[in-house]
Design a protein around this ligand. Structure first.
Ligand code: ADP
Ligand code: MG
Length: 695
């Protein structure tokens, strides 16, 4: 691609296109909706719709679609053409009404029992804060999704609401501090996205990857990630060609794809965009995941977004870099040169510390999924215990505040390389701690526990809401103070003192931390069912209801949907395993045993002097494993049957976790050890070596 600046965003109905194509008054009205959250007038919508349609048709579009994010976690779309009968023919039309409101049948989307299917009407509503774009011959309009009776059925609505809540509370606090020029505050997010690329021909031979996104069997390859030679390694030509195409496709869609590199596991890679507002970052991340998979097909590759496609090497996550910035361009989490005197920074820091401590469970819940359960606490991703890392400097400052000691920051030190031709540079204030789930990284927090396939709307609406709550409490404490500065100082000290247990700068992967966290009274919610049993704790319900993010019924529905998705996923995995075990693995092992037995008999028949010990031993070993394997298949089928009959969603999730999942692990162990003993020609699936080193 030459001339990237020109092609960047060429498929987006962005500010430049709006300025060119909309009358000035319409443009101004729309901008003020986008920037100041003012309601949109229907006359404006008509003009915008027409301009959008003309632009889209010029780009070859025949259809438009409201694009939304139901609780399946993936995006949904239903396309309508622009045609309108006119005489014997048609004209292309698109009205403001069609732009603003869509009516997909909502009955087949998960609602967690909020609506019965007979009252399945649902609406999508245009979200003008995220730009429309063209893709595959359609105009895509980002929308929110709710039911006929107004219940929220998607991931975007709570996110937009939480952004508004945080903005309102932050502005109030800033006013108290004398910062009156700020009228809005936005949360910003830069999500780093990990993924695997494998050869499509091999993928096609793995029913487990096709049905569940991960390998359910697979003996370890002789080489994994132990040499640490893949992380940041030279990118292979086929992968480089893929990454180039991917960047170009994303840039056309206005997505700020910035960084790409090889990750820790073989065949694992990462893409990071430049951050933007949480809402757009969410839409862009959803689009990025989709385009990643599409572009892969063009290269005869498959992009795996599952959190744990392969056992024994790292799985994939997503880092949610998060901050808050004002409409005057200030990052509220930037400590400045002297954070010790920066009351504003310390107040916002204290709000985040308090939020993370009080709502540890919510942060854990929001990253819980069947896939992510494989990673958290497995020494490749943060543990299931939520804590915060502040770095040495900030930690020292926090301690001086708690102890009432004076503190002077060192500012940024210069890095001396000791080589004349290398320029010296300024060091960052804090080193990195890659084991922390929630790390301060200079002027933002990096929430590192997300799974790779997660829709980031969820963690972000929860994070925004809990911080909004703390800010609203801060406002109440400070609003009547005679001296705001002094009162703020006391508040900061009190909050940091009360919540210091959540701060941990050490190695989160160590066993000592698990014990220490328990002493501190921090939660360690190891699996999705354990985490979700806290979802509806009163303080969590109160939080979302108070801030108008969700009603209690909607929260219950969300909880139920997550539990059901988990149980369904594990059920599919169990059934797929049984299928593979019975239809492919058992017959393959039988055939191989037969070959060994035949060989042994043939040797014996020929001469007693020829040893048939190897064949006999192998046949005996495999036969013994085969018998255990067959028995475990039956037991797994029984456990799956029992779990599927459990009525209560939480109990059912626990049944899948405790009974079905553990049986799957047992079955896999035997299967993998049979793979290790069976000739490659007989084994029905491509091996881990093929899959991980095949591109
Ligand atoms: P890492 O070293 O953790 O791999 P990267 O440099 O790859 O980090 O990514 C950091 C991410 O943080 C990028 O997506 C970047 O745009 C984002 N980021 C930087 N500043 C902010 C901010 N103020 N708010 C949100 N995200 C930010
Ligand atoms: Mg990171």
């Amino acid at each position: 691609m030459t001339n990237v600046p020109e092609k960047f965003g060429s498929k987006v109905f962005n500010d430049k296109v709006m300025r060119e194509r909309l009358p000035v008054t319409t443009y101004k009205a729309l901008k003020s909706t986008i920037e100041n959250g003012e309601p949109l007038d229907s006359g404006v919508a008509n003009v915008v719709a027409n301009a959008m349609k003309d632009w889209a048709v010029e780009q070859g579009c025949t259809h438009y679609t409201h694009w939304f994010q139901p609780m399946t976690g993936i995006t949904a779309e239903k396309h309508d053409s622009f045609i309108q009968p006119c005489g014997d023919g048609v004209i292309m039309e698109f009205s403001g009404k069609e732009l603003i409101k869509g009516e997909p049948d909502a009955s087949s989307f998960p609602s967690g029992g909020i609506r019965a299917t007979f009252e399945a009407r649902g609406y999508t509503t245009w979200d003008p804060t995220s730009p429309a774009f063209v893709k595959d011959g359609s105009l895509y309009i980002p929308t929110a999704f709710c039911s006929y009776t107004g219940e929220v059925l998607d991931k975007k609505t709570p996110l937009l609401r939480s952004m508004e809540r945080l903005s309102a509370e932050a502005v109030k606090v800033l006013r108290l501090l004398g910062k009156t020029d700020v009228t809005r505050v936005a949360t910003t997010v830069g999500p780093e996205q990990e993924y695997f690329l494998i050869d499509k021909d091999l993928y096609e031979q793995r029913v487990d990857l096709k049905l569940t996104g991960r390998t359910l069997f697979g003996a370890k390859a002789p080489k994994g990630q132990e040499l640490e030679d893949h992380y940041f390694g030279a990118i292979k030509p086929r992968v480089a060609a893929y990454m180039k195409d991917l960047d170009e496709a994303l840039w056309e869609l206005g997505i700020f794809a910035k960084t790409k590199h090889n990750e820790v596991a073989p065949s694992q890679h990462e893409l990071a965009p430049i951050f933007t507002t949480s809402n757009i970052a969410t839409d862009h991340n959803e689009l990025t995941m989709e385009i990643m998979q599409k572009v892969a097909e063009r290269h005869n590759l498959v992009c795996l977004l599952h959190e744990k496609p392969f056992k024994g090497v790292n799985g994939s996550g997503k880092h949610n870099n998060w901050s808050i910035s004002t409409n005057t361009g200030e990052n509220l989490l930037s400590p400045g040169k002297h954070p010790e005197n920066n009351v504003q920074f310390l107040l916002f820091l204290a709000a985040v510390v308090k939020a993370v401590d009080e709502y540890q469970d919510l942060l854990r819940i929001t990253v819980a999924s069947a896939g992510n359960d494989h990673r958290l606490g497995a020494n490749e991703a943060p543990p299931a215990i939520i804590s915060m890392y502040l770095g040495d400097d900030l930690d020292a400052l926090v301690h001086s505040i708690i102890n009432g000691e004076s503190y002077e920051s060192h500012g940024k030190e210069r890095m001396h390389t000791g080589v004349d031709v290398l320029a010296d540079f300024k060091k960052d204030n804090s080193d990195r701690n890659r084991t922390s789930p929630f790390a301060f990284t200079g002027n933002k927090f990096e929430f590192r526990a997300l799974g790779s396939s997660l829709n980031i709307a969820c963690p972000n609406y929860m994070l925004n809401t809990m911080v909004a709550e703390e800010l609203s409490q801060f406002y109440d404490t400070l609003t009547d103070a005679d001296n705001v500065e002094t009162a703020a100082g006391e508040l900061i000290r009190d909050v940091l003192t009360a919540h210091q247990r959540i701060i941990f700068n050490g190695d989160n992967y160590s066993d000592e931390w698990v014990a220490e966290a328990e002493r501190r009274g921090l939660l360690n919610l190891k699996s999705l069912p354990e985490a979700l049993s806290h979802f509806l704790d009163q303080k969590n319900v109160d939080l979302f209801v108070k801030h108008n993010i969700c009603t209690e019924a909607e929260l219950r529905a969300r909880c139920e949907i997550d539990l059901e998705a988990y149980s369904k996923q594990l059920n599919i995995e169990a059934l797929t395993m049984i299928d593979m075990a019975q239809k492919d693995i058992l017959p393959a092992v039988s055939a191989f045993i037969r070959e060994q037995v035949d060989a042994a008999l043939a040797k014996k028949a020929l001469s007693a002097a020829i040893s048939s010990e190897t064949e006999e031993k192998l046949a005996a070993s495999l036969s013994e494993k085969q018998a255990r394997f067959a028995k475990l298949i039956g037991e797994l089928a029984e456990e799956a049957e029992k779990a599927s009959a459990v009525k209560d969603p939480l109990e059912q999730a626990f049944a899948y976790r405790n009974l079905v999942f553990s049986k799957m692990e047992e079955l896999r162990a035997v299967g993998d050890s049979m793979e290790a003993e069976t000739a490659a020609d007989y084994w029905p699936y491509p091996s881990y070596t093929d899959l991980l080193f095949g591109v």
